[in-house]
Ligand binder design. Sequence first.
Ligand SMILES: [Zn+2]
Length: 217
Amino acid sequence: MASIRKFMALFPNEQSCRDYLFAARWPRGFICTKCGEMRYCLIKTRNVYECANCKTQTSITSNTLMHRTKLPLRYWMVTLYWVASGQRCSARKLARTLQIQQRTADRLLRKVRLAMHKSEGTPMLDFWVREKRSAQQQPIVRRAMLMMYRKARSFIRKYYGKRVSNWNRLYYYYEYRFRNNNSHNQIEALSKLILGACTTIYTLNEYGMLRERKSAS
Ligand SMILES: [Zn+2]
């Protein structure tokens, strides 16, 4: 994958990020969350899309991982890219590159790990919950799970050290799984991550419109 600097050159300003995210969020064009209308007008001063029918205003980031973000979209794109590139991305490094506070970088990374989880489907949450139930499992399934657990644990240890809170452990686990499944194709990993970050919970209207259009075509 190209270097971070090259990637940043692909997204030189906020508008380029917005165009990209628009296409990711509404691949078949804008749909109003409330009424399903497709005509809209863009209110440029605040970058919100206003439905031509019911006047509901939606921003490109609402109901996504970036919901109500005050950070420039470029920061998000860079973080997504960095994580997808397979390199270790620490909050400290990210803070230095983007020239932001480490706390902000920390929050960014945490959200991006959530995108990793979203793009990989259901996590094996049971995996982390130590329950006696595992006794009922087939020995072979149990063995496979133990092996994965061990691998995830050594990944977390190597990247994040021994002292990791349970809460963070879960996030790092998402990261482990995502990296594990996508290490072969980093470009694909990036688009998965971006889609994971953009996927909104479709309202009935959005979903209905998608279905209607699918069956019509
Ligand atoms: Zn509407």
